[in-house]
Write a protein that binds this ligand. Structure first.
Ligand code: MSP
Length: 512
């Protein structure tokens, strides 16, 4: 069986969940579920980044043992991801033993390959992003992300020779265009290399919190060097050699655009130095904005991912992230937009199609899947059948390239064709005229669109798909062969369907 290992970035344990975190993990979960549906043996890991000095400080402020604090924060994330129906296989915490062992080992491997040396770091350090900055990277003397003046730091550190690998990395990026996606992030990484890399400090001296270097325990591993290694720890590097052999290299790291440098420059170089295979792809998504503005506490425009999921339901928010945010670009996220998408895409388009169609199948076809007769196919019916037959290819192409909104566009195009077709074909008239074979054909086309839609949306809206399958009388919830079921005409004649309750009552109706 083909395997697929996919990861999200691991969240800083000192901050509460942000809408951006929810977006990242939902889109990753959609990809993981899609790959499972395509028959891959999927491993999906996420987790929390706990050796940041900010985590340590926050724990002490609250009078808690740092590990206890980290576990409490991890639970907050895990509980929220349950609400979002995230089917991860692993939630790795960087304070776990399996990870500490991995970090110590990889650090040593880089040291043994002669790529880590002792030197003195003197320069800028932003405490919030825990990153070292060159003068040229600062904006008006401030950290480009946190807009605060970084500290000047002078300390004896261990350095990793990024410079030694810049040509090799550049060649790898150019020879493997799918290594960094989308293209904007690839260009961003190439520009960073062309501007000239500098060796980076990979340890902090005298810090209390963090993983000590095995050969110099006064020094702790720099938190980013530590955090990036989570991806190999989760794959079983230190505790399950068989699992590691099976899942590494990672097939896809999903991250935000702000951490491209760490994942596309530093991480591959760490792996090259340690002699470990590089991941196959790093996908850098865009940022969620609220009405065009960055969400921030000071602006008071932060959208709470827990409140949103409680208000609209998990599948509605998941659908929003997939269909209404163009993956790779920055996207909008606010309650009004989610509500509009709910009413338009789910209540009107998908919900009405299912309601109207199943209602008519109950009325005109004794609630059972009718036969489709090609002999009486009209040119319009043929067009629709061909549109259904073309869906599998169009959908999989877009899903494979992680263009979730485009994949959903392909599906919704069929939904809209179906809704129009109901009015064009007017089955109620055909029924009155006694044209039962024609009615059957119309109903079969509508049912096929609904059935294929339910398969295509299942990675995006898992519980909605199960509800549709129940209405359609198919047992896909127990597993199915995607290629087989995506074919037109495989819906067994005579299968009993049931309209049942509407899936998506309009939000206004819900609240009244
Ligand atoms: N701990 C590091 C990642 C280490 S991975 C080895 C980190 N954590 S974070 O909590 O700040 O961010 C986690 C992920 O959420 C990152 O991929 C980040 O880009 C993403 N997002 C944070 N805010 C975001 C938005 N507003 N929009 C979309 N995603 C953003 O960085």
């Amino acid at each position: 069986m083909k395997k697929f290992y996919i990861t999200t970035a691991i969240v800083y344990a000192n901050a509460f969940p942000h809408a951006g975190h929810a977006y990242e993990i939902v889109t990753t979960d959609i990809m993981a579920r899609y790959k499972k549906m395509r028959g891959f043996d999927v491993y999906f890991s996420t987790g929390s980044d706990e050796h940041s000095i900010n985590v340590f400080t926050k724990a002490l402020e609250q009078g808690k043992d740092p590990k206890v604090y980290c576990d409490e924060m991890a639970k907050i994330y895990k509980d929220l991801w349950k609400k979002y129906d995230i089917a991860y296989d692993d939630f790795i915490q960087t304070t776990e033993e399996r990870h500490k062992k991995t970090v110590a080992d990889i650090f040593k491997r880089c040291f043994d390959s002669g790529d880590i040396y002792k030197g003195t770091y003197e320069g800028w350090y932003c405490r919030s992003c825990e990153a070292f900055y060159n003068e040229t990277e600062l904006v008006d003397g401030c950290c480009p992300t946190h807009k605060m003046k970084p500290d000047i730091v002078k300390e004896e550190n261990y350095f990793l020779k990024l410079t030694k690998y810049s040509e090799k990395l550049l060649k790898h990026i150019q020879d493997n265009p799918s290594f960094i996606e989308p293209a904007s992030r690839r260009n961003n990484a190439i520009a960073m290399i062309n501007e000239g890399l500098r060796d980076i400090s990979v340890s902090r001296n005298g810090q209390k919190w963090g993983i000590p270097l095995s050969f110099d325990p006064e020094h702790k591993v720099y938190v980013w060097f530590d955090a990036l290694i989570n991806y190999v720890s989760a794959a079983g590097y230190a505790d399950n050699a068989e699992k590691f052999k099976k899942y590494w290299p990672c097939d896809m790291h999903v991250i935000g655009k702000d951490i491209v440098k760490f994942h596309c420059i530093i991480w591959p170089i760490m792996l090259m130095s340690a002699g470990i295979e590089l991941p196959k792809k790093v996908y850098g998504h865009g940022f969620l904005l609220n009405k065009g503005e960055k969400m921030s506490k000071t602006r008071g425009n932060v959208v709470d991912p827990e409140k949103t999921v409680d208000t609209f339901g998990c599948d509605a928010v998941r659908h929003y992230f997939a269909a209404r945010v163009v993956n790779g670009d920055d996207g909008e996220f606010n309650e009004e937009s989610v509500k509009t998408a709910f009413n338009v895409d789910l209540a009107n388009d998908l919900g009405n199609l299912i309601n109207r169609s199943l209602n008519m199948v109950e009325k005109y076809c004794a609630a059972a899947v009718p036969a489709y007769k090609k002999e009486i196919e009209t040119p319009r019916m043929k067009e629709i059948r061909e549109a259904i037959e073309a869906l599998e290819k169009e959908y999989t192409e877009k899903m494979d390239s992680f263009d979730l909104s485009l994949a959903m566009e392909k599906v919704w195009k069929r939904i809209s064709i179906a809704n129009k077709f109901i009015d064009e074909a007017a089955p109620w008239k055909l029924a009155k005229e006694g044209k039962t074979a024609e009615v059957d054909n119309v109903m079969f086309l509508l049912l096929e669109i609904i059935r294929l839609t339910s398969i295509c949306v299942s990675p995006v809206m898992p519980s909605t798909a199960v509800k549709i399958w129940k209405k359609l009388g198919v047992n896909y919830a127990e597993g199915y062969d995607f290629e087989k079921e995506m074919k037109f005409g495989v819906y067994p004649q005579g299968t009993k369907v049931e309209k049942g309750d509407p899936l998506f009552p309009r939000i206004e109706e819900k609240k009244s």
